[in-house]
Design a protein around this ligand. Structure first.
Ligand code: ADP
Ligand code: MG
Length: 409
């Protein structure tokens, strides 16, 4: 893959695809503009943009935010999912103005791109306001990619969190412009190589988060590589249910139970330790102030919902991590957004930070969670900006955005 050092950017319009899909809190914002609850992804995008600016490029930043719904740009373009607040924060972090363009690839965007001076930055509106950005139809996506590519002379792919998507701005535009990978993408790929090529052992993987369907594929391929797989969070209830336990109102993907059972058998056959929670913090309802108790993982009351792992599980997971030499963690261990249910996630974060291992945390919510705990800056070897992207990489799949950047231009 080429790096930005290989591009002659001075005086040229450079379209930079970044990942600025930050978590938002609607209640904390002003008007219907939500507040940014964790700006880690914006910070991670700064080095590449700064470098390009210093070299005299005319930088056009593009990114997506959330999942706007609707059949047309007009229906999708809501204030709630506008990138305007993000553009403002990017400007603060860059220490220079970022001109926000309330358009993606139409007339106003063309005008703004054409009017850029050397060493200045503009940012386009949410790419996903254009339905074609994520279209499965190659021609539809391609037509939009033509318009987007026409804004610039060069393309830099730096949105690691989106490289697993076959989207116009990620996959089709680099086929239309001379391109290079940004520093963030190069750094993320280097870390993932370290996890896939000869990791130091024991190699412990911790998976949590909401749904097993997102992560069953990677667990399957990790059985080849990891020595231990610890499973917590919302996805653990499908594993508990697969063992025949009552899980009450906890998150459950009943249709995945056969697949999960097969995984449990496969792990046993291969001698990979697959570790599940032994106790659960179970609440009466899904709310920050819900009444809750610790219950055994094999006996969650039928009228309760699992919100976090219990104290005994925190200890077990801590022991399973203590001698690790390589750790990869994706997915919170509980509903950490509610302080009463953040202890499992916190305990795992602390246990990982105590190891002498090469440690990687991946995933938007996981990264936000660990940053919210205020651990020292070097508590982890690497906090990845990509959840799905790093999981698919570990699974051994080809990532469309990386494949496109690897092609000669
Ligand atoms: P990441 O973004 O790090 O990849 P996911 O998006 O897969 O992680 O999952 C994060 C979400 O999972 C969080 O919003 C968290 O509240 C939720 N979650 C974790 N445990 C539970 C649980 N027991 N019940 C419901 N949701 C949970
Ligand atoms: Mg997430």
């Amino acid at each position: 893959m080429k790096s930005i050092e290989d591009l002659d950017v001075a005086g040229r319009r450079v379209l930079v695809r970044t990942d600025l899909n930050v978590p938002l809190d609607i209640a904390a914002g002003s008007g219907d503009r939500p507040a940014i609850t964790d700006d880690g992804r914006i910070r991670a995008s700064v080095p590449t943009i700064s470098k390009l600016v210093k070299r005299g490029a005319r930088v056009i930043v593009c990114a997506h935010l959330g999942r706007p719904k609707g059949a047309s740009y007009a229906e999708r373009a809501t204030a709630r999912l506008s990138l305007q607040t993000v553009a403002q924060r990017l400007g603060e972090l860059l220490g220079r103005p970022v001109t926000f363009v309330p358009d993606v690839a139409g007339e106003p965007a063309s005008k703004a791109a054409a009017g850029l001076a050397d060493g200045t930055v503009a940012m386009l509106e949410n790419l996903r306001f254009e339905p074609a950005e994520t279209s499965k139809d190659d021609a539809e996506r391609g037509a939009f990619a033509d318009r987007l590519a026409a804004l610039a002379e060069l393309y830099v792919g730096d949105g690691f969190g989106a490289v697993h998507r076959k989207h116009a701005s990620v996959y089709d535009v680099p086929h239309r412009l001379p391109h290079a990978a940004g520093d963030l993408v190069l750094a993320e790929v280097e870390v993932l190589h370290r996890l896939t090529r000869h990791p130091d052992r024991p190699y412990v993987v911790i998976l949590g988060g909401a749904k097993p369907s997102d992560k069953l594929g990677v667990i399957g391929s990790l059985l080849d590589r990891a020595d231990r797989v610890l499973i917590g969070g919302g996805m653990s209830y499908t594993f508990l249910a697969a063992q025949g336990y009552e899980v009450g109102h906890s998150l459950l993907e009943a249709e995945r139970i056969p697949q999960v059972s097969a995984l449990l058998d496969e792990a046993a056959r291969r001698g990979v330790e697959l570790v599940l929670p032994v106790d659960i913090v179970a609440a009466t309802r899904f709310a920050a102030d819900a009444e809750h108790d610790v219950v055994p993982a094999n006996a969650i009351p039928a009228d309760r919902e699992g919100m976090d792992m219990g104290p005994q599980t925190r200890q077990v997971f801590g022991q399973k991590l203590a001698d690790a030499k390589t750790v990869f963690w994706n997915g919170p261990m509980g509903v950490f957004e509610f302080p009463a249910f953040a202890e499992g996630t916190r305990a795992v974060a602390e246990a990982i930070s105590r190891t002498a291992a090469f440690t990687v945390v991946g995933g938007g919510d996981s990264a936000a969670a660990v940053r919210s705990f205020g651990l020292p800056p070097h508590a982890f070897s690497h906090i990845s900006t990509g959840g799905g992207a790093s999981l698919e990489f570990l699974e051994g799949r080809e990532l469309p955005g990386l494949a496109a950047l690897q092609e000669p231009s």
